[in-house]
Each structure stands twice: as C-alpha cells, then as structure tokens.
Design a protein around this ligand. Structure first.
Ligand code: NAD
Ligand code: UD1
Length: 355
C-alpha cells in the first residue's frame, strides 16, 4: 500500500486524517515541528489505532530533513497540513505567516520534485472565497483575501496552479505531470468518536465550536454571539460546519483520486483541482448553540455582541464536485459533531495538557 507524507500530522485535522489513512491501509509518515500541537496527540493516535507512525520532529522549511524523509521512505503522495491558521494573529504577524506558509510549501514542492513525487493534497480554505456573492459556493466563484492568512492560501493555490500548467507546457517542470488537489475546507468541527483526540487551541479560542465547548466544560463563562442583525434566518452568522472525520475521509479519497488513475484522465495528466469539502448545509450560530446544548445536556449562557470585523453573513459549499470527482460526501450530522466534540472536551477538559 502507498506511503503518504503528512506535514502537520500532529495537528487537529492531521491526527484525525492519520486514523483514516491507517484504516484505509496507507502508511503515513509525519513531519511536524509541534509549533501548534503536542506529541501527546500522536500518542493518542497510536492508542486508538494500535499502529506506529514514523514521526520527524522538524520544520517543513528544513530542506535537510525533507531530503532525509524522501530518502528513507518511498513517498507516493503528500498531504500538506503544516502551516499557521489564526486570522487575527496573521494580521498582527504577517511576516511569520508568509514565511511559514509560503516557504514551507516551496521547500516541500522542491523536495517532491527532486524525488519524483508529484502528487499533492493541499489544505486550502473556504476563506479564499472572501465575501461570497452567490451561495452555495462553487469552485469557480471569484477568489479574494481579506487578511494575510487568507492571502497565503490564495498565493499557494496560484503557485500550485502555475506548477501544474508549467508541467503541461514544458516549463520548469517539463515532462513531469503534477497532480494536485486543492481542498477548500469549510468549518471543521467535532472530534474522533473515541473522545481521545480533538481540537486543542492555545489560549482563548477564536472559533465558535471550541469556544462553546469551553463554556460547556466551565473554562469560560459565556459565549458572545458576534452579530444578531445579519440577513439570515435568525440574524446570526451562517456557516457550513463539517465533522472532522468526514474531512479526514475526504483526504483519503483525494489521495485515492491522485494515486488511483481517476486523475490521470485529466488533460495532460497534470492538474491542480480546487475541491470544496463541506456538507452543503448552512447552520446559524443560534442553531449550533441549541444543537450543542441538546448533545451535551449543558446550558450555554450567551449574550449578543457586535459583529466581528471581517465576518461574512453566510458561507456554505456546493459539495457537488467532491461527490463527482472523489466519490465523497459528508455523512455526519450536526448532532454527531456536537456529541463527539462534547465527548472529547468533557473527557479532556484541559485538552492534551493533562495527558
Ligand atoms: P493545526 O494548527 O492543528 O495543525 C497544523 C500543524 O502543523 C500543527 O501540528 C503545527 O505544529 C504544524 N506546523 C505548523 N507550521 C509548521 C512547520 N513550518 N513545519 C512543521 N510543522 C508545522 O491546524 P489544523 O486545524 O489541523 O489545520 C491544518 C491545515 O488546514 C492548515 O493548513 C490550516 O490552515 C488548514 N485549514 C484549517 C481550517 C480549520 O478550521 N481548522 C480551515 C481551513 C483550512
Ligand atoms: C474563521 C476564520 C476563517 C477560517 C475559519 C476556519 C475569521 C474572521 N475567519 O471563520 O478565515 O477559514 O475560521 O475555521 O476568523 N462566532 C461567535 N462567537 C464566537 C466565535 C464565533 O458568534 O466566539 C460566530 C462568527 O461570527 C461566525 C460563526 O460563529 O458567524 C463561526 O465563526 P468561526 O468558528 O470563527 O469561523 P468563521 O468565521 O467561519
């Protein structure tokens, strides 16, 4: 079975994806510098799966380690999760964001090219759609960025599209087909059903679900709902929340797509396909709060607050392309996302810190 390099494999989406990859028979290899994660997360993956995954505790920007990994393992494809992802922080520290996100991707594709591995799954984001003009969002919608984090994703997408084109035209990468999936995630939430791994943000969470989870477990007092005057069903913001295990399975299907020849049918064999990974359903903040209360049996105190700058009213996917190209559709419901998130948070009130 194929060997898959997973950059950022110790993180939230990475750990869940390792479980799905192992379950599908792949051999993952991880590189992570633990800048935003803990080795304990990987120990939990070991406990859940009973399998040992080779781990390189290093930065993806470190060319020597990348060369060593490609030398020591027959890497067939790469899933590139590593990067920084906090929008507010990216506005305060743009240089760190461009340095980490752009340089790590450049070093990675150079190492891949040198070692003849040209199949890549890249973690993009629905943030590349900016403020949607039309919903649901299809992959051909206009792209824009409103902050350095989003701009780093957009630049990388463009760079990878250029690479696929160059390979077709005989430029830099002459004669070498690149097969690339640009996966645009909507809002990943929830946890593995074991409750042993889940999202463990540093400091006070910025995102809705981790915030609700910490209110439910008593670490935070009340939720502020950012905006009750949006043109939505109940006035609160609408998003497409997707269970992290559905997302993980989407990555396995993307790897199959790149390795399995379905992609080879594309013109010239060289492509960079953008694919939405979402459920296609919009859920409001109030609906999310109610669903979490039902799943946890806890009351979530909240108060209405002004809109958060940079937020859009509503954002949800047209998930048709993923179904057509990858044969993948999100299966888990909002109730599953809330139950699994609550199991993780209630069993691990301090995240991996107590592990
Ligand atoms: P995460 O922070 O939990 O995981 C990222 C991992 O990469 C961490 O373990 C971190 O230590 C590691 N890392 C960061 N920079 C590194 C470097 N230079 N070298 C080696 N390791 C490095 O984040 P996540 O939620 O799992 O997100 C994974 C990817 O998906 C990111 O690229 C993120 O931008 C993207 N994404 C996430 C979301 C989301 O809501 N979680 C939404 C859209 C896109
Ligand atoms: C945020 C990022 C986006 C990123 C996405 C990844 C911002 C401005 N955007 O998007 O770039 O791709 O995470 O998951 O940070 N909410 C509250 N109270 C809170 C937190 C959130 O009411 O304490 C509301 C928000 O206004 C929004 C919804 O909950 O309507 C979801 O927010 P969040 O989880 O932060 O995700 P996004 O805003 O979609």
């Amino acid at each position: 079975m194929s060997t898959i390099l997973v950059t950022g494999g110790a993180g939230y989406i990475g750990t869940h994806t390792l479980i799905s990859l192992l379950g599908a028979g792949y051999h993952p290899v991880v590189i992570d510098n633990f800048q935003n994660s803990k080795p304990e997360a990987l120990s939990r993956v070991r406990q859940i799966t009973g399998r040992e995954v080779p781990v390189y505790a290093a930065d993806v920007r470190d060319e020597r380690t990348l060369a060593r990994i490609f030398h020591e393992h027959p890497i067939d494809a790469v899933i590139h999760f590593a990067g920084l992802k906090a929008v507010g922080e990216s506005v305060r520290m743009p240089v760190s964001y461009y340095d980490n996100n752009l340089i790590s991707t450049l070093r990675l594709i150079q190492a891949m090219d040198q070692h003849g591995c040209r199949r890549l799954v890249f973690s993009s984001s629905a943030t590349v759609y900016g403020d949607p003009a039309r919903l649901p969002l299809t992959e051909d919608a206009p792209l824009s960025a409103t902050n350095p984090y989003g701009r780093s994703k957009l630049i990388i997408e463009d760079m990878l599209r250029d690479l696929a084109i160059a390979a077709r035209l005989g430029g830099d990468a002459a004669g070498t087909a690149w097969q690339i999936a640009l996966l645009r995630y909507f809002n990943p939430v929830g946890a593995h059903p074991s409750g042993m791994i889940g999202e463990d943000p540093n400091g006070i969470p910025n995102n809705l679900f981790p915030y609700i989870q910490q209110v439910a477990v008593g670490r935070l007092k009340e939720l502020q709902i950012f905006g009750a005057d949006y043109p939505t069903t109940d006035g609160t913001g609408v998003r497409d929340y997707i269970h992290v295990m559905d997302l993980a399975e989407g990555h396995v299907e993307a790897v199959r797509f790149l390795l399995g020849g379905r992609g080879a049918a594309a013109p010239g064999g060289s492509f960079a396909e953008a694919i939405n990974l979402g459920t296609g359903s919009g859920v409001s903040v109030l609906q999310a709060v109610r669903a979490f209360e039902a799943a946890s049996g806890k009351q979530i105190p909240f108060r209405m607050a002004p809109r958060r700058p940079g937020d859009v009213a509503a954002c949800f996917a047209d998930a048709g392309k993923a179904a057509r190209l990858l044969g993948w559709t999100a299966r888990r419901k909002l109730a599953d996302m809330c139950e699994d998130a609550w199991r993780w948070q209630s069993l691990n009130p301090l995240g991996f810190a107590q592990g």
